[in-house]
Design a protein around this ligand. Structure first.
Ligand code: GAR
Length: 202
């Protein structure tokens, strides 16, 4: 059964693109039912439009507060029938009301490091890679994990992929190496939520 998913984005959307491409090539038995952003005008929204996928923008500024914005966002996602929520470069912590409204729908997040290392509040994008380099770690990677209310980067790991940290790396070179693995990991993680084909007995 084709899994309807909602993808939450905030910027470039290269991981969204990897998901759209995997769905289009039938490599992944899923369908992006909606792309949701917390910022207007970002490239990820253009990618959704080019793929013919509906999108919606929920800025906190347009609502009374984060709870109101995330309640509206969850209602839209529930209304479209998404059965998995994928945070692919989403830079805002989801309010607990989001999970209440979408009870029973799993939420997963992509993080550009090997959790539980280099995660937590404020750890997004290049900050993560800088922290890895400053630590002297010889390895990094990416993690797709479950998301639960009131926690950041602490949910059960779904998929991890590793890369070496190479001499002379800076945040940009390390980010690029990790990003290639993210594009594989996010598709693999979504695949784990696709229901197995029902076996028909005759
Ligand atoms: C990705 O590297 C993702 O791991 C990171 O944002 C980037 C989004 O790229 N997410 C985090 O840092 C979450 N803490 P994309 O917009 O090209 O998919």
């Amino acid at each position: 059964m084709t899994l309807p998913i909602a993808v939450l984005v905030s910027g470039r959307g290269s991981n969204l693109q990897a998901i759209l491409d995997a769905c289009a090539s039938a490599e992944l038995d899923a369908r992006v039912a909606i792309v949701v952003s917390n910022h207007a005008g970002v490239p990820a929204l253009q990618r959704a439009a080019l793929a013919g996928v509906p999108s919606a923008v929920f800025t906190v500024r347009a609502y009374a507060d984060r709870d109101a914005a995330h309640t509206a966002m969850a209602a839209t996602i529930a209304g479209i029938g998404a059965e998995l929520v994928v945070l692919a470069g989403f830079d805002h912590i989801l309010a607990p009301v989001f999970f209440v409204r979408l009870r029973g729908v799993p939420v997963i997040n992509l993080h550009p490091a090997l959790l539980p290392l280099f995660g937590g509040r404020g750890m997004h994008g290049d900050k993560v890679h800088q922290a890895v380099l400053s630590s002297g770690a010889t390895e990094s990677g990416c993690t797709v994990h479950r998301v639960h209310p009131e926690t950041v980067d602490l949910g059960e790991v779904v998929v991890q992929r590793r890369v070496p940290v190479l001499p002379g790396d800076d945040a940009a070179t390390l980010a690029a190496r990790v990003l290639d693995e993210e594009h594989i990991a996010i598709v693999e993680a979504i695949r784990r939520f696709v229901p197995a084909e029902a076996v028909t007995r005759v």
